[in-house]
Design a binder for this molecule. Structure first.
Ligand code: SF4
Length: 236
């Protein structure tokens, strides 16, 4: 079963590279899923450029795994930062921890620290690769393995792990002894910025530790509109 998933995902990565060459990039947060993709890329020999978003609020453990993975695969990820002017203006107007005050302030922070830098990177690219899985959120469940980016017209998005579940990711990680972010061993299951991520209990959902004080959809705007409303099927 895992072998089939590996083969399918490698095929997708090879297809992305053959189709777009240097105009396709891989956005990694050095999550377990993204590290699987880095490993698959090394098997496929695609040479697709890695980039990552440094929001300025990341946990130290994420910088540590960034360095470990970069050394393991000999990659030099492009680290993309938000605009200094935009962050300074936002903090001056709304405070350093504005994301705690309201959902709209949280969205402003995510837009400033994540979405605009991502859009800047993609502005001269034709496609990008993400490590989302369909079982993570409602919007991700409606994604396709190869799709037009629903948030960035004209840009293609490849989701090679869309049909994997967390057990597949864990199995791959164990089988090929991939290093992982140390926070996973402390109960974290989805890792983002330090002030907006916490460990979860075994019965809680994977993304419930993200912005846990909100009832929302647990998306920052990279993969889904922050105010996404899931499409209800008839039987629901
Ligand atoms: S996750 Fe939190 S700290 Fe990070 S960009 Fe979003 S609101 Fe800001």
């Amino acid at each position: 079963m895992l072998d089939e998933k590996i083969e399918e995902s490698v095929d997708i990565l090879v297809r992305a590279y053959k189709t777009h060459g240097d105009s396709v990039v891989f956005l990694t947060s050095f999550s377990m899923e993204d590290n699987v993709i880095s490993d698959l890329m090394s098997r496929a020999g695609t040479g697709i450029k890695h980039f990552t978003l440094d929001t300025g609020r990341m946990p130290q453990e994420t910088y540590d795994i960034m360095e470990i993975i970069s050394n393991r695969y000999g990659i030099m990820p492009e680290i993309v930062f938000p605009s200094t002017d935009e962050v300074e203006n936002m903090v001056r107007a709304h405070g350093i921890n504005l994301f705690r005050s309201s959902t709209s302030m949280r969205e402003l922070c995510c837009e400033t620290r994540k979405i605009r830098p991502l859009n800047r990177i993609l502005s001269d690219k034709r496609a990008w690769i993400s490590g989302i899985r369909s079982d993570q959120t409602g919007f991700r469940g409606q994604s396709e393995i190869v799709e037009s980016d629903p948030l960035r017209p004209g840009i293609m998005k490849y989701n090679p792990l869309l049909n994997w579940n967390s057990d597949h990711v864990k199995e791959y990680t164990g089988k090929f002894m991939l290093p992982i972010n140390a926070l996973y061993s402390r109960g974290y299951r989805s890792i983002g910025c330090a002030p907006c991520t916490r460990a979860v209990l075994p019965h809680e959902s994977e993304r419930s530790g993200r912005w846990w004080w909100e009832d929302g959809i647990k998306e920052c705007g990279i993969h889904a509109p922050v105010r996404f409303k899931p499409v209800m099927r008839e039987e629901e």
